[in-house]
Design a protein around this ligand. Structure first.
Ligand code: G1P
Length: 303
């Protein structure tokens, strides 16, 4: 493997194996990854498709989606099975074209399973064999993204990865009042307000902890850096996840990703990148409502 190709990222992992408890009872009828959004072209599509498209348009070749065992058929059906001939005939010409595009896209998707729901870190670990020692792009299954430049959010992150040649965490600037919902990062700017040499990652801190340990020089008081929901990770992350899983080291009852990211940072170094764009959460009713409005009129990246 040449130095060049070593930092080329071909695969993306999307964990989509949660129950979607915060979107109940909608999630009793439909998996939260299949809830619809309207894209900038006015097309109604499931959230998971927008995420897969974000990855593929950034140059990713294969996407692994981690799902619950019992949900495999839903995902296989959507990505692998064409509509019935009767349904297809009734579609408008543009939608027939889109349906063919969807078939091609589906060939790049592999459905992976998580047998028991043991947390975000555990879901990522379920992609270990499939990732096959390659670095990978990790995208959350309930976030969609919109770039503020002509370069998509995922592409921005992949570009930084090939530049710094170590794992990269997408970050965004967040007000103190809400950081207890998010993973938080601190560090030293390599490029002011853009590229950070990460010195700590901490999951869902309270304000006191954040003020004491997670302030970043040059940022206004009570503004912090939290996870954007997009990461480019060295495959060594699986070693730390395995360590936690084999040692039954749980946090809030589950196997978390962030503490393993922090171990990866300690051993390999890690870069934070403030993404030029917005991420939209779709996993909470209020935020989903706003996402439906804002996403359609936001940004406009072309991969
Ligand atoms: C997860 C991550 C957290 C991140 C968040 C983004 O938390 O663990 O670090 O900030 O997604 O929304 P969850 O929302 O699954 O609790």
């Amino acid at each position: 493997m040449t130095i060049r190709s070593q930092y080329r990222v071909r695969k993306a992992v999307i964990p989509a194996a949660g129950f979607g408890t915060r979107m109940f009872p909608a999630t009793k009828a439909v998996k939260k990854e299949f809830l619809p959004i309207i894209d900038r072209d006015g097309r109604a599509k499931p959230i998971i498709l927008a995420i897969v498209e974000e990855a593929l348009s950034a140059g990713i070749e294969e996407v692994g989606i981690v799902v619950q065992n019992g949900d495999r058929t839903f995902f296989e059906d959507f990505f692998k099975t064409p509509p019935s001939p009767e349904f297809f005939q009734k579609l408008s010409r543009p939608n027939q074209e889109y349906s063919k595009y969807l078939q091609d896209l589906g060939q790049k998707v592999t459905i992976l399973t998580q047998d028991i729901q043991e947390g975000f870190g555990h879901a990522v670990f379920c992609a270990k064999e499939w990732a096959n020692n390659e670095p990978f792009l990790l995208l959350l299954g309930d976030h969609i993204y919109s770039s503020q430049t002509e370069i998509s959010c995922a592409r921005q992150l992949l570009d930084i990865y090939s530049q710094v040649q170590q794992s990269v965490i997408g970050l965004r600037v967040t007000q103190a009042e809400v950081i207890h919902h998010y993973g938080c990062g601190a560090g030293v700017w390599q490029e002011q307000d853009s590229i950070l040499s990460v010195t700590q990652l901490y999951e869902k801190p309270n304000i006191e902890y954040a003020r004491q340990h997670l302030s970043v020089e040059g940022m206004a008081e009570d503004l912090f850096l939290t996870m954007f929901g997009m990461y480019v990770l060295d495959s060594k992350i699986f070693d730390y996840l395995a360590e936690h899983i084999n040692g039954n080291f749980r946090e809030r009852g589950e196997f978390q990703l962030t503490s393993c990211l922090d171990k990866l940072r300690q051993s390999e170094g890690m870069t934070g990148y403030v993404v030029k764009g917005r991420c939209f959460d779709t996993g909470l009713p209020e935020v989903y409502r706003q996402t439906l409005i804002d996403f359609a009129i936001s940004g406009g990246a072309i991969g």
